[in-house]
Design a protein around this ligand. Structure first.
Ligand code: UD1
Ligand code: CA
Length: 452
């Protein structure tokens, strides 16, 4: 299928009441227009974004992506918008027109629409709505053939009663777009060049107009204000939750899990309330996630347990490992199988070996902890001298007493034992007790001071 895609994203979106262009507002953690671009990219490498209001911001957002831009300096209607992209468009094949503020149309739906189109057929994505107010209505003749689209503002009362509406999404043979767009007029209620007038033009030139329909009408909903944005977000999240459940995860409340990215789950995961997934997340089998957790760009092995109120960011959590409650796992952390990170512990660029434990109130940054080591409560790796970062190496089976301060670069060898409250600045040798703290003294004959 040879499809070029034009995405209309020049409108102001004034009802958003925002300094940010509407198409950059986020749904599920991603700008509206990026949802559209990502869907389009699945079947076309020829994508043109028509920008106008907030053009610089929209272009900046997509600057790293393989899309072209066409500028619509003045917003004179949807037909005018597509006309701005004409110089970029091939003269053969199909042109699919999408809206940057209609984010959730599925790829299958668009494929069905494009499959209708050939050099003598135009395709429209239409949908029946209980309340069609505001949309263009689809006019059909006695045989059910589409004759035209009439905009709400131009429609008679009889036409307004029609419930089949134009989603706005259409697929047109490229040659026809080149021929017909220059012929549109703005002689209508809004003084705009309507893309929808192509339909009547097609009919007058004996080009067939066929319609396709989405599986769910929400696929064609646009965002005009923040209420609609929130409604569409809820619908999308409902879909994501359903997919997770169908894939074998238990969601304690499907209305209280948000997916802002892509999550894959193994069988029998159990996800409590208020969990937010961001980016790419992979859960193995039997993973448990407690309430109020954020899991971002992470892989969690089979049987891993994330306890309540924990953030896991850009990390790998091994099989049967446990994290939290109240832990902050920062980028570059890797917990081996059965490792434990407990409450009020922060880790960053830390490799924590198999079965190792950092159970309470610690900071472990730029560190490697060998298998089976135990890091006592309140232990801090001092990894930063104000300019550079340094590494702490802890061997296997080491025991670091509570409230120790490990001043990096420093090494704690295998089986080393550190007395509580130590400040460690030099290598702590293998299998020996190292203590780095002032000795406790009791002053004999000391007398409590009295009021003079
Ligand atoms: C349009 C359709 C209507 C359809 C409805 C579906 C026309 C004339 N009407 O109406 O049949 O039911 O969408 O939502 O096409 N845009 C530009 N430049 C412009 C005008 C619009 O880029 O000059 C963009 C907007 O940013 C938006 C999209 O095109 O993404 C649709 O524009 P909008 O003004 O919302 O069209 P509607 O009047 O809703
Ligand atoms: Ca609209």
């Amino acid at each position: 299928m040879d499809v070029s895609v034009v995405i209309l994203a020049a409108g102001q979106g004034s009802r958003m009441k925002s300094a940010l262009p509407k198409v950059l507002h986020q749904l599920a953690g991603k700008p509206l227009a990026e949802h559209v671009v990502d869907t389009a990219r699945q079947f076309s490498s020829d994508i043109t974004l028509v920008v106008g209001h907030g053009a610089e911001a929209v272009k900046a957002h997509f600057s790293e992506q393989p899309v072209r831009f066409a500028l619509q300096a003045e917003q004179l209607g949807t037909g005018h918008a597509v006309a701005q992209a004409l110089p970029e468009l091939p003269k053969t094949g199909t042109v699919l027109v999408l809206y940057g503020d209609v984010p959730l149309t599925r790829q299958d739906t668009l494929a069905r629409l494009c499959a209708l189109v050939d050099d003598h057929t135009l395709g429209l994505l239409t949908v029946k709505l209980d309340n069609p107010t505001g949309y263009g209505r689809i006019l059909r003749d006695a045989d059910g053939l589409v004759q035209a689209i009439v905009e709400e503002k131009d429609a008679s009362d009889e036409q307004k009663a029609i419930t089949e509406v134009n989603s706005g999404i259409m697929a047109v043979p490229a040659w026809a777009l080149h021929e017909w767009l220059p012929r549109l007029s703005n002689n209508n209620a809004q003084g705009e060049y309507y893309l929808t007038d192509l339909v009547a033009l097609a009919v007058s030139e004996n080009i067939a107009v066929k319609t396709a329909h989405p599986d769910q009408f929400e696929e064609t909903l646009g965002v005009n204000n923040r209420v609609q944005l929130a409604q569409l977000e809820r619908w999308y999240q409902g879909q994501q939750a359903e997919q997770l459940m169908l894939a074998g995860a238990t969601l304690r409340d499907p209305a209280r899990v948000d997916v802002r990215g892509k999550v894959t789950v193994g069988p029998d995961c159990d996800i409590d309330i208020n969990v937010v997934f961001e980016g790419d997340v992979t859960l193995g089998a039997n993973v448990t996630i407690g309430p109020n957790c954020v899991i971002r760009n992470a892989t969690l092995g089979d049987g891993a347990r994330i306890e309540a109120h924990t953030l896991v960011d850009t990390a790998v959590i091994g099989r049967e490992a446990t994290v939290g409650p109240f832990a902050r796992i920062r980028p570059g952390t890797k917990l081996a199988d059965s490792a434990k990170v407990g409450n009020f512990v922060e880790t960053k660029k830390a490799l924590i070996g198999e079965g190792a434990k950092v159970n309470h109130l610690s900071y472990v940054g730029d560190a490697r902890i060998g298998a089976g080591s135990n890091i006592g409560a309140g232990t801090i790796t001092c990894n930063y001298d104000g300019v550079n970062k340094f590494t702490t190496e802890i061997g296997e089976g080491a025991f670091v007493g509570s409230n120790s301060t490990l001043v990096a670069p420093v090494t704690i060898e295998d089986g080393a034992f550190i007395g509580a409250g130590s400040v460690i600045t030099k290598t702590a040798p293998k299998e020996q007790l190292t203590v780095g703290r002032a000795r406790q003294v009791t002053v004999k004959g000391w007398v409590r001071p009295e009021k003079g």
